[in-house]
Structure formats: structure tokens, C-alpha cells
Design a protein around this ligand. Structure first.
Ligand SMILES: Nc1ncnc2c1ncn2[C@@H]1O[C@H](COP(=O)(O)OP(=O)(O)OP(=O)(O)O)[C@@H](O)[C@H]1O
Ligand SMILES: [Mg+2]
Ligand SMILES: [Zn+2]
Length: 153
């Protein structure tokens, strides 16, 4: 082990998503389309951390996730840190960023919204504010708050 305080076993190569809001790691996995049969994922839920109290951690072996996948994570874990691991070392570290516009897994709550009809139109939202998150539907202007986002996972 690289450090005595490490909460889960070290990985040689891959991605560590650290400082995930406590109990939100399963939301994060859903956003990333994980688990997937070929990918080893380790999850630590509700562990103590000196810097943020309680947090979740996700470790994904042999995959370096790209930033467009990772920025979706900000929706549920705005404080998350992305660490790229190569040969057991952290070679890059980045915070997730909120995108001004989201094309996302979240659905608009307005049943009459065009994205909820038979039209093949993907949901699309504008970020109004963070902490707590507030989104506005691009098509019908319905506001979607953090509680609603949480419900959809
Ligand atoms: N080889 C590895 N395998 C698995 N996890 C690792 C590996 N190296 C680091 N980590 C984990 O990645 C995260 C970031 O590691 P780092 O060494 O940068 O810690 P840190 O100094 O506490 O970083 P931060 O300032 O972001 O909290 C930690 O959760 C650490 O446990
Ligand atoms: Mg730390
Ligand atoms: Zn809408």
C-alpha cells in the first residue's frame, strides 16, 4: 500500500474519483454507466475523511475516464476530485466542473414538455445555479431542483 490511510486497495492504473458526496457513489456509477462486465470497480461508501467529514470513493481499474463523462458527475457530487493513476501514482488531479448546459440522464418533470412526447428529442437543461443545483429545461423552461434530480436516480 502506498499510504497507511488508504481506504481501499491501491490500483496500478485507472481513475480514482475522490471526495464524492457521502452516499452518492451509486449515483456516480449510474452516470458513468458502471458497473460494466469488463471493468473492475471498487466503491467505498460513507468513509471518514480528514478534509470533508464523510465521503464516498470510486476506483476504476484500467480506465482513464474522459472529462465529458466526468463533468456529469457534478450534478450529484459537486466536490468530487478526479485522480488519474498510472503505475500506482497520481499523475493528474482535477475537480469536476459544472457544465452550463446538460444533455443528460435527467428527465424534464413537465409531462407536456416536448422531451416527454413521442418526438425523438433528448432532454436538455441550462444550469441556473449550483449548491443546491437548479436546472431549467431548454424546451419548456420548467425548473428542476436538487431534490427532483435525486429522485430520478
Ligand atoms: N495507486 C492508487 N490506487 C488507488 N487509490 C489511490 C492510489 N493513489 C492514490 N489513491 C487515492 O486517490 C486519492 C488522491 O490521492 P492523493 O495521494 O493525491 O491524496 P491527497 O493528497 O489526499 O489528495 P487530495 O488533496 O485530492 O485529497 C486518495 O483518495 C488516495 O487514497
Ligand atoms: Mg485527501
Ligand atoms: Zn421541459
Amino acid at each position: 500500500m502506498k499510504k497507511p490511510e488508504m481506504k481501499v486497495e491501491a490500483i496500478k492504473n485507472g481513475t480514482v474519483i475522490d471526495h464524492i458526496t457521502a452516499n452518492k457513489s451509486l449515483h456516480v456509477l449510474k452516470i458513468l454507466g458502471l458497473p460494466h462486465e469488463d471493468i473492475n470497480v471498487t466503491v467505498a461508501i460513507n468513509v471518514s475523511s480528514q478534509d470533508v467529514g464523510k465521503k464516498d470513493i470510486v476506483k476504476i481499474e484500467n480506465r482513464e475516464l474522459d472529462s465529458s463523462e466526468l463533468d456529469q458527475i457534478a450534478l450529484v457530487a459537486p466536490e468530487a476530485t478526479i485522480n488519474i493513476i498510472r503505475d500506482y501514482n497520481v499523475v493528474a488531479k482535477d475537480k469536476v466542473r459544472f457544465m452550463k448546459e446538460l444533455k443528460s440522464i435527467i428527465r424534464c418533470t413537465n409531462p407536456n414538455c416536448i422531451t416527454n412526447t413521442n418526438e425523438p428529442i433528448e432532454s436538455r437543461f441550462h444550469l441556473i445555479k449550483t449548491s443546491p443545483v437548479l436546472l431549467r429545461c431548454h424546451y419548456c423552461e420548467r425548473l428542476i431542483d436538487a431534490e427532483e434530480i435525486d429522485k430520478q436516480f
